[in-house]
Design a protein around this ligand. Structure first.
Ligand SMILES: [Zn+2]
Length: 273
């Protein structure tokens, strides 16, 4: 991934998506007007920061990414695997008018100049672009979304509605918590064993390095889990780009729920046709 700065706003981009010529980016904390625990580019409304600050932050990143602020379409995430197609009438959802849906963790569109926006602070942001059918999508893959394989659900919906073929889709995993930072309990580990079979212990789970004497604690690799989900959905290896930036390892650059708890700002993913 690349770290880029424009008009003082710092954001991350994927090589694959850049080469494909699609506007996209993942925000950092840098370049906004918010202060204190929200400092400075907080993109989460209703987190205790002022709406005025959040709106100014949205305008700043929209300008940096060359995207249309007024036509942005926001998700309403609740750790589900619900993925919906958003249409022309959804332009401005969460920015110009209230969001008409709830429990939506993935959004897909073929509408031009309507940037999709999803929110994060350690959970895994997934990016999708089909250059053949001109369709984009974003989905939010926390541990629940990853167990439910929201990455695959997104690709299946892109296929069902727009005829997208997995071999054409490029996929990205953006900054989120890394395998050396993400400790989970045995119940979560068992959910991954159920969903991923033998791949879970082979690729995704290791004994905890934080609590090496606790048999009920594991380190979980969400990036590799999402990678496996993309491959399962039929996406070729060369179409997948995985970040090397961890949100918890870089608290000066990103908000991290594991470090900061609920008193923090939100990062956001953006993509626009
Ligand atoms: Zn880390």
């Amino acid at each position: 991934m690349n770290k880029e700065t424009k008009n003082n706003v710092t954001y991350m981009t994927f090589d694959l998506f850049k080469s494909a010529g699609i506007k996209h980016g993942f925000s950092t904390r840098l370049g906004g007007v918010s202060t204190g625990v929200y400092g400075s580019l907080n993109l989460g409304f209703n987190r205790g920061d002022s709406d005025e600050n959040v709106r100014e932050n949205f305008k700043r990143i929209a300008t940096a990414l060359d995207m249309n602020y007024e036509r942005m379409c926001l998700s309403k995430q609740t750790h589900t695997t619900n993925v919906i197609v958003v249409e022309e009438k959804d332009a401005g959802n969460g920015i110009m008018h209230p969001i008409p849906y709830d429990n939506v963790d993935g959004i897909i569109t073929n509408v031009k100049d309507m940037p999709l926006v999803t929110f994060y602070a350690d959970c895994v942001p997934l990016f999708f672009y089909d250059p053949a059918k001109q369709v984009v999508a974003l989905s939010h893959s926390g541990w629940r979304g990853t167990v439910g394989k929201i990455g695959k659900a997104t690709i299946e919906k892109m296929h069902e509605v727009f005829g997208c073929e997995p071999k054409d889709i490029i996929c990205g995993v953006a900054p989120s918590i890394c395998k050396n930072c993400y400790e989970v309990s045995v119940d979560v580990a068992n959910e991954f064993r159920k969903a991923f079979g033998e791949k879970a212990d082979k690729y995704l789970l290791r004994p905890s390095t934080f609590n090496p004497d606790d048999q009920d604690k594991y380190m979980l690799d969400l990036w590799e889990a999402c990678h496996q989900v993309f491959l399962e959905a039929g996406v070729p290896e060369e179409n997948i780009e995985i970040t090397d930036y961890c949100t918890r390892c870089n608290p000066d650059l990103f908000y991290s729920h594991r470090i900061m708890g609920a008193n923090r700002g939100s990062l956001a993913a953006f993509i626009s046709l």
